[in-house]
Design a protein around this ligand. Structure first.
Ligand SMILES: [Zn+2]
Length: 104
């Protein structure tokens, strides 16, 4: 039970489609008194990844993600400010290959 739960939680770390660790949305719904269905939407390709977790682990995973999300957003804001100052355009960042394309 414990090991299976940990595997489920690990599955949430990266997108199975594109491998991105970015998350654009999180939802959770109670499955039973002890279980929660946690769903994350990939920030790169929009694929949902889901896991059934004990509520305490779901809570932990969610808190971790939100902490990372805040840090990422702060980093991105800093990066954007630096890029704007340097005069770099968004078009300069074309995706490197079809697997990582944002457009499906
Ligand atoms: Zn993805």
């Amino acid at each position: 039970m414990f090991g299976r739960d940990a595997r489920q939680a690990r599955r949430l770390r990266a997108c199975s489609e594109c491998g991105s660790r970015a998350v654009s949305a999180i939802t959770d719904s109670e499955v039973s008194e002890i279980q929660v269905l946690l769903e994350l939407r990939c920030g790169a390709c929009g694929t949902w990844r889901t896991a059934h977790l004990d509520w305490w682990r779901a809570h932990f995973v969610r808190a971790q993600l939100e902490r990372r999300h805040r840090r990422d957003r702060r980093d991105m804001t800093d990066d954007l400010r630096r890029l704007r100052l340097a005069g770099v355009e968004p078009a300069d960042f074309a995706p490197p290959g079809p697997e990582t394309s944002v457009f499906h």
